[in-house]
Every structure is written in structure tokens, then in C-alpha cells.
Ligand binder design. Structure first.
Ligand code: NAD
Length: 248
């Protein structure tokens, strides 16, 4: 680990534009289970695809039941050492923005300005109407859900309301995809952190950065799909690896 952290420190010192790309692994220290961890909600439940959410009331009810079962986990989560290290590099101007697959809002909480968190898969800490796009707060959804036992409908257009996340089968947010593409193309160091790099199209960004000339670092405690194209692989705990960069 020491030599990995030293090498990473040198690469960070030499880089002028560093783009971090984060997955669920950066948030496990904050108490949010990743996709694969045994017993985690995600591993026990098959995800509900977008077309089912649209088509069936029982699927929408189940989606909101699952969200509120996780409520405590999301509500009490605080940024971990990984989030804080990236926020430190952002504050000193080394990191222009973070690209994330996470939906937990922890990069914003760690100090990134809202527009500099490029959320590829949306955000679960608020909701949107799938018809008109109107934003709804979770307090309002919770009240509706507990009063009626059902998923809510939009007050503006009566279409179903869903967490502001991107479900399987739902289209990717175009603005986030554009910004992530530009960031990957123009950085000189790209660091993939806590992602198994299997969910596409998100998993294309490390490769794109590499093709455009950036150095690629992968930090993950198990092998990923793209280890062989990386310049440095640190197969270790994220909090321990990035802890030394907090507060720089
Ligand atoms: P993933 O679960 O497929 O991969 C996470 C990786 O992180 C795994 O390889 C795991 O071994 C590693 N990891 C976990 N804790 C670690 C630690 N402390 N140190 C080092 N490595 C660690 O996650 P993914 O690639 O992000 O894809 C999962 C999808 O599910 C994403 O699209 C995301 O939207 C969603 N998701 C989000 C959250 C969140 O917002 N926190 C949580 C679970 C799933």
C-alpha cells in the first residue's frame, strides 16, 4: 500500500487536471452497501427496470417501499475519507469536477459545488415526475406513501413520481453524459475509485480518458474489468488509500 500511495501522490503532484470517477465502493465506509456486498438490499432484490416502473402500480409501490426501507441508511450517511480527499483536491483546484455513478449525494455533502458533481445515475435524495420532470421532495413522497400505501402521482401532471435516479432501461441524462465526456477527454489523470466498472455506458469513461492521453489509476479492493489498461492499480481499501490526501 505504501508504495501505491507514494506513486499516487507523485502522479497527483504532477497532474494539472485530475478527474475522479467514483462508484459504490467509495461510500461503503459511510455505511451504504455497494451493489455486491452480501446481504445488501441491492443484492437481495432484483432491480426494477424502468419499463416495469412505468407500466405497473405494484412495481412503483415496491420501488418506493424499498427506498423508504433504506431511508435511515441514506439519511445518516456522512462523507468518508475518500469523499473528503477528493473534496480537498477540488478545493485546491486540482480537480475540476467529479464524475459519479453514485446516487447518495455524498460528494455534494463533502464540499463539491452542485454543478461539479456529474451524476451519471441521478440522485436518490429527491424525486422527479417521469412525465413533466417536476422535482418533488422526499418529505412530500413519504407523507403520500404512508397515507395511501401507494407511490405518488405528480401534482402538476398526474404522471408517476420516481426517485431522481436512472433505472435500468431509462435513458442516461444527456447533460451529465456530455460533461463527463469532456472531463474525460481533457484531464491528464483519471482515477476510477470503488467501481467494478461493469455498468455501461458509465464504464466507458476510464477507457475514453486513457485513449485521450490521460494516465489511468484504479483504486478498488478487488479486480476490475479494466485493470489491464491502467497505469497504476491499487487493490486496497479506499479510505486507507485516500486518507493521506484529506486536507491537502
Ligand atoms: P459495484 O458494487 O459494482 O462495485 C463496487 C466496487 O467497490 C466493488 O468491486 C467492491 O469490491 C469495491 N469496494 C467496496 N468497498 C470498498 C472499499 N472500502 N475499498 C475499496 N474497494 C471497495 O458498484 P458500481 O461499479 O458503482 O456499480 C453499481 C451501480 O449501483 C452503480 O450504477 C450505482 O448507481 C448503484 N449504486 C449506488 C450506490 C451509492 O450511491 N452509494 C450504492 C450501491 C449501488
Amino acid at each position: 500500500l505504501t508504495s501505491g500511495v507514494e506513486q499516487l501522490g507523485d502522479m497527483i503532484a504532477q497532474a494539472s487536471s485530475i478527474v475522479p470517477f467514483t462508484g459504490a465502493g467509495i461510500s461503503t465506509e459511510s455505511g451504504i452497501p455497494d451493489f455486491r456486498s452480501p446481504g445488501g438490499l441491492w443484492s437481495r432484490n432484483q432491480p426494477i427496470p424502468f419499463d416495469e416502473f412505468v407500466a405497473r402500480q405494484d412495481a412503483r409501490d415496491e420501488a418506493w417501499r424499498r427506498r423508504f426501507a433504506m431511508e435511515h441508511t441514506f439519511a445518516k450517511a456522512k462523507p468518508g475519507r475518500g469523499h473528503r480527499a477528493l473534496a480537498s483536491l477540488y478545493r485546491v483546484g486540482k480537480v475540476p469536477a467529479v464524475i459519479t455513478q453514485n446516487i447518495d449525494n455524498l460528494h455534494q455533502m463533502s464540499g463539491f459545488a452542485e454543478p461539479d458533481v456529474v451524476e451519471l445515475h441521478g440522485n436518490t435524495t429527491y424525486a422527479r415526475c417521469i412525465g413533466c420532470g417536476k422535482r418533488h421532495e422526499l418529505d412530500w413522497v413519504r407523507e403520500w406513501f404512508h397515507r395511501t400505501g401507494h407511490a405518488p402521482h405528480c401534482t402538476a401532471c398526474d404522471e408517476p413520481v420516481k426517485t431522481a435516479t436512472v433505472s435500468f432501461g431509462q435513458s442516461m441524462p444527456p447533460q451529465a453524459m456530455r460533461r463527463a465526456t469532456e472531463l474525460a477527454q481533457h484531464c491528464d489523470l483519471f482515477i476510477a475509485i470503488g467501481s467494478s466498472l461493469v455498468v455501461w455506458p458509465a464504464a466507458g469513461f476510464p477507457m475514453l480518458a486513457k485513449e485521450c492521453g490521460a494516465k489511468l489509476v484504479i483504486i478498488n479492493n478487488e479486480p476490475t474489468e479494466q485493470d489491464e489498461i491502467a497505469d497504476l492499480v491499487i487493490r486496497h481499501d479506499i479510505g486507507e488509500t485516500l486518507g493521506p490526501f484529506v486536507g491537502n
